[in-house]
Design a protein around this ligand. Structure first.
Ligand SMILES: [Zn+2]
Length: 489
């Protein structure tokens, strides 16, 4: 503000001074008299001022010309830098102009134009780290992969641009599907710039994809160290990775390490269901049933889940249904009205053939939150109580059109997984699976489900699965649709 005001004041004062000076010169008498070789020239006051200005200009031009002449003279004498130095400033300006135009073309998506400008800039400027960057980007945009890779390789040779080069080649390998090479390049890029968040994430994804859990845990620690990951998220993801590491070791039959790793994973994150299940199985194998019970009870407190119930059943695989019912009471003591607890108690009562109690355990679940599982349980209860086939089939029909209930759903692509995995099978995202209701609840059936009640109401012959009315066959039916207790036993 003050500066622009000062500029305006200086301008006005300058104009006023010029006007005053010109007026004074016009009014004043006398002038300059020059005598050259007997010739006498008399200049008026204004004329003499103009002559002075012209003289200064001529001297300036003469000096410039002299500079060029000296440069030419030196050039002719073998000093080729003299002339080039004289023109260098001009050349650099042209080069930067071309560079700017190239960047403009790049931003407007004209790959070919950008490539041409990059070549021009390269000719005028001796700055390969700048021009190669533009060339690589332009080639990438124009779809000239070979040229792009060639330029990235040039960038790798320079210390200042090595990271950009490695990252460029890595992206190319990734788009070609060569994850093996991409992983190696990502490791190199990570060494060059450990704080680069995109590289961290990419390396983590590639390591998880290659099941390099130990490496992924290291990358995760780096993410925590450089502050690009909140501490609680790091804890959770590290538990996920520790668990995956454990799973792999378990597959190789190295059970002691697996147990230790799984238990450490569980300690870090008691709310992580798969970790709790792994830890419980570790304790069961060690014969420490008390610890297994404690771990599962703690996890159930955090979130009731069928996998926890299955692991809890595995603690005593050979107990009677009545004993099991009694033992499970300590698990469902927390969250007794949770749908998961209710369905679990109902299943256990069906197994113990106490059908009225199984019905009571379900409560108003069928009205408030009907799912495939609860409707199937209802069919089993009705069968156990000796209801007609029509009634049983009515419940099974309801099960067909009921929502699926919570599942392991990928938050990224909404794909449903039968069991928890650290990496989504469908989209390859890391740690995106969560236990929730899938977005689409309606079962996709050609023609919809409106004809199903007809089938249930007046089917003359029983449906195949219910052909032999045994108490067991109902439970097996329920198991197929997600009953965890029999599965775990
Ligand atoms: Zn996914």
């Amino acid at each position: 503000m003050i500066w622009s005001l000062a500029k305006i004041i200086i301008f006005i004062v300058g104009v006023a001074a010029l006007a005053l000076g010109a007026g004074w010169l016009l009014e004043s008498e006398g002038g300059v008299r020059i005598i050259v070789a007997g010739m006498e020239i008399t200049l008026g006051p204004l004329q003499s001022v103009i002559a002075l200005i012209v003289m200064v200009l001529v001297i300036w031009l003469g000096l410039k010309l002299l500079g060029l002449l000296i440069a030419c003279w030196k050039f002719l004498n073998g000093d080729d830098t003299a002339l080039s130095r004289y023109f260098a400033r001009n050349k650099a300006a042209k080069g930067f102009d071309a560079l700017a135009e190239g960047m403009m073309a790049l931003a407007s998506g004209e790959g070919r134009v950008a490539l041409a400008k990059a070549e021009k800039a390269d000719r005028y400027l001796n700055r390969p780290e700048l021009t190669n960057l533009l060339t690589a980007q332009a080639a990438e945009l124009a779809g000239d992969r070979k040229k792009a890779e060639e330029t990235y390789r040039k960038l790798v040779e320079n210390d200042a641009t090595r990271f950009v080069g490695v990252r460029g080649i890595m992206k190319q390998k990734l788009s070609e599907g060569d994850t093996e090479t991409a992983l190696k390049l990502a490791e190199k890029a990570f060494l060059l710039k450990p704080k680069h968040i995109e590289t961290q994430d990419l390396l983590l994804k590639l390591q998880a994809g290659k099941k390099d859990w130990a490496g992924a845990r290291q990358t995760l620690s780096a993410k925590l160290k450089y502050g690009s990951l909140p501490r609680d998220l790091h804890k959770r993801r590290d538990a996920v990775l520790a668990l995956s590491e454990a799973k792999q070791i378990l597959a190789d039959d190295q059970t002691i390490e697996a147990r230790e790793a799984a238990i450490s994973a569980n300690r870090q994150s008691p709310d992580l269901i798969p970790a709790a299940v792994m830890a419980a199985h570790g304790y069961i194998d060690q014969g420490q049933k008390k610890y297994a019970t404690r771990v599962l009870k703690k996890a159930w407190e955090a979130q009731p889940h069928p996998d926890l119930a299955a692991a809890f059943a595995a603690i005593e695989p050979d107990e009677t249904p009545a004993a099991r019912l009694k033992r499970f009471a300590q698990l469902t003591r927390s969250h007794p009205t949770d749908p998961e607890s209710r369905m679990l108690m109902s299943e256990l009562n069906i197994a113990a053939e106490d059908f009225p109690e199984a019905r009571r355990a379900l409560g108003d679940l069928l009205e408030t939150d009907p799912t495939i599982r609860s409707a199937t349980l209802m069919a089993a209860i009705e069968r156990g109580q000796g209801a007609s086939d029509a009634v049983v089939q009515g419940w099974l029909t309801r099960a067909l059109s009921a929502p699926r209930g919570p599942q392991w759903v990928c938050g990224n692509c909404q794909n449903i997984h039968a069991e928890w995995t650290p990496v989504c099978d469908n989209c390859g995202a890391f740690d995106t699976l969560s236990w929730k209701r899938p977005p689409s609840t309606e079962l996709a059936m050609p023609g919809g489900t409106e004809m199903l009640p007809l089938l249930g109401a007046q089917a003359p012959t029983p449906v195949a699965v219910l052909d032999e009315p045994q108490a067991d066959s109902d439970v097996i039916e329920a198991e197929d649709l997600g009953n965890p207790v029999k599965k775990g036993a």
